[in-house]
Design a protein around this ligand. Structure first.
Ligand code: AMP
Ligand code: ZN
Ligand code: FE
Ligand code: FE
Length: 264
């Protein structure tokens, strides 16, 4: 049976592994297809192609959008990679502005870090700030950095100015791609979820990680009612989220192929 994991992160965002390591692991676990979905970054796809990845690769991205204060992740697939690269640049600009504000707060709190000390191949955010804080000895661990200083309600946290999910969907469509609502079960605010389900998504990520059928079923029904397709992915991040296993959820062949062929 054809299986493609269409939700995973590489070291071009906050995953710990090189894209080619994911290709190796995917093949080892019997997958036939992959879509890298780094946060606001599409570089893993051309990188893996240039390295000769021998697995079906679908261009992917996970856009960090927000509705009010609640973050909503919008997955994009099958777009023109150069066009999406330009969209991601705008997301990174917003991130950089936020990162600078957070570094200024940390400086005020007696923990100076220079922008050049944040290391990432692709998108930069709080995980890299946490790593720099550990490296400089300001905190004893990655976890402690979030708990004490940079977590959602902590003193050095600054929210990124974000695009709305509606804007994210439009950006993906304008790049010729398909927009999919990521991990809908994580949206706790049911009124917000209801609103999201009226947007112009093409699909919904009903299958996630090691979900039993009972957990994906309600979202599969929603997809059916709206004429959306269903995707599945592990949200693999490597060793920073060791519980998620590549290939634990997957997208079926007809949907993967449809997304690969692009919008008609
Ligand atoms: P950012 O988009 O830069 O605000 O960073 C968000 C990322 O930080 C998330 O994707 C998580 O990987 C990580 N993160 C957020 N909150 C926590 C937390 N309390 N503990 C560990 N990692 C976290
Ligand atoms: Zn991530
Ligand atoms: Fe996500
Ligand atoms: Fe993700």
């Amino acid at each position: 049976m054809f299986r493609a994991d269409t939700h995973c992160h590489t070291n071009f965002s906050d995953g710990t592994e090189d894209p080619m390591e994911l290709v190796r692991m995917a093949k080892e676990s019997g997958l036939q297809g992959l879509a890298f979905t780094d946060h606001d970054d599409v570089s893993a796809h051309p990188y893996a192609i240039s390295k000769g990845a021998d697995i079906a690769l679908l261009p992917g991205v996970e856009l960090s959008c927000a509705e009010g204060q609640t973050s909503v992740h919008v997955l994009g697939y099958g777009f023109d990679v150069d066009a999406m690269h330009a969209v991601c640049k705008e997301y990174k600009q917003l991130r950089d502005e936020r990162n600078e504000k957070m570094l200024a707060r940390l400086q005020e709190l007696g923990m100076p870090i220079d922008m050049s000390e944040l290391i990432s191949l692709g998108s930069l955010g709080r995980p890299q700030i946490a790593l720099a804080m550990v490296k400089k000895g300001y905190v004893s661990s990655f976890r402690a950095a979030f708990d004490k200083w940079i977590g959602d309600r902590a003193p050095a946290f600054v929210q990124v100015d974000r695009y709305s999910p509606r804007e994210g969907i439009e950006q993906i469509h304008s790049c010729g791609g398909f927009a999919v609502l990521a991990h809908p079960h994580l949206i706790e605010n049911k009124a917000l979820l209801k609103g999201l389900l009226t947007l112009d998504f093409d699909g919904i990520e009903a299958c996630y990680g090691d979900f039993p059928k009972a957990r994906s079923l309600p979202f599969e029904q929603i997809a059916q009612e709206r004429g959306w397709f269903v995707t599945g992915g592990s949200d693999f991040h490597g060793s920073i989220k060791p519980h998620s296993r590549l290939g634990s959820s997957w997208t079926k062949e007809p949907i993967f192929t449809q997304m690969l062929e692009g919008r008609s």
